[in-house]
Unconditional design. Structure first.
Length: 129
């Protein structure tokens, strides 16, 4: 964990579940803490973090924690399959659907601002108060 303040802007992406636009502001309304998890469904590290993120959500959502997934670098169908595999129930949207989008995402820009120099950076979580 690294504590660092960054200017994190509201975003609006399409939901993996139904394709409707959802904003971070809407997904975090009334929550005390929001964990935004950027992930690529094909990433081995996501396969390790997915069950942990779901357990955190299940355990603390009644206390004001929200977990929001942001799918990256994978088709919506591929992301959906991963969510089904891990029985993810927190809301998930997608920012990009291809490998080629890596350098063009807000996720990449935020990681650079925090000093994260990994090529892919998945998963990458940020807590928003």
């Amino acid at each position: 964990l690294k504590e660092q303040e960054i200017v994190y802007k509201d975003w609006s992406y399409k939901s993996v579940a139904d394709g409707k636009k959802q904003s971070l502001r809407e997904l975090s309304d009334g929550k005390k803490l929001v964990m935004v998890v950027y992930f690529a469904a094909w990433c081995p590290n996501w396969k390790l973090q997915a069950p942990v993120a779901q357990k955190l959500y299940d355990k603390y959502k009644a206390d004001g924690l929200s977990v929001v997934g942001v799918g990256e670098y994978e088709s919506v169908e591929g992301t959906r399959k991963s969510l089904d595999e891990f029985k993810i129930t927190f809301p998930v949207v997608y920012e990009s659907e291809t490998y080629d989008a890596r350098l063009k995402t807000a996720h990449y820009e935020y990681r650079q601002k925090t000093g994260d120099t990994r090529k892919w950076g998945s998963p990458w979580s940020i807590f928003v108060e």
